[in-house]
Write a protein that binds this ligand. Sequence first.
Ligand code: FMN
Length: 262
Amino acid sequence: MSQILQIVRKRQSSRVPFDSERLVPRRDLKQILEAARWAPTAHNMQNFEIVVVDSKEVLERIGKINSPISETFIRENYQQLSFSKEEFLQRKVGILATMFPPEWRDPAKVHEVVAESKSWLLSETMEDCPVVLIVTFDPRRRAPASQGDFLGTISLGCVMENMWLVAQELGISFTVMSVFSAELVEKELKQLLNIPEYLRIAFAIRLGYPASTTAKYLRVRRDLAMFVHDNRFGNRWYTPSHTTSSVSIRADSHSKKKTLRT
Ligand SMILES: Cc1cc2nc3c(=O)[nH]c(=O)nc-3n(C[C@H](O)[C@H](O)[C@H](O)COP(=O)(O)O)c2cc1C
């Protein structure tokens, strides 16, 4: 397996408390930001600005921001949950219900959870991380003719993945925090961090090192044959097992050399 594919496969979300005293070295942070810099973006628009927060005082202030739980989130979250490991392994998509508070795991209790309309502090999501990266974009700009800035949004995903892979290679844990883009949270963050009004927060990332080393996740993915179609949608794509990755990787490196020569 190619080295890059190994990193791609090892990359994971790290939803455990971090060691707040173990800082991410600046040189590593710089490499992660370099990865963002070189991410592909539609029309090379480079449609992002990143705020790095590693000041303890600012992190604490962010942690005190309240994040209301969205009813839509809770209702739609259920659809992605597996309620046992067996179900998870069989479905091969979504997430394990055990990642959420017990009352969120019972579809019959959705009304109660919503009615209580609890909120939580961002510190509960940040879980002692020593660094947060906040990725923002300018919604007034868009890739040419891109409806709803669809291409701009994909570009932000490329920025995320580039940073994630480099963090993975550096042994730095990484979790996406979508809640930072929730309307009320975003409003407070923008004030606190002096982010211009016209920018939107796309997502935030927590970086650091787990406080303990025990976290292991069960991660599932669909088999290739479940989503790859051979020439015509519905025809299952099939590769004999002995040729799977090596053939396509060799083909890639050939074409790369060709590009370099021309
Ligand atoms: C656009 C996007 C938003 C995400 N938002 C969150 C989030 O808010 N909280 C979280 O814990 N994980 C978040 N994730 C991580 C996914 O849940 C995770 O990648 C997926 O469950 C697969 O697990 P893995 O990353 O360990 O392979 C997000 C991922 C993406 C790409």
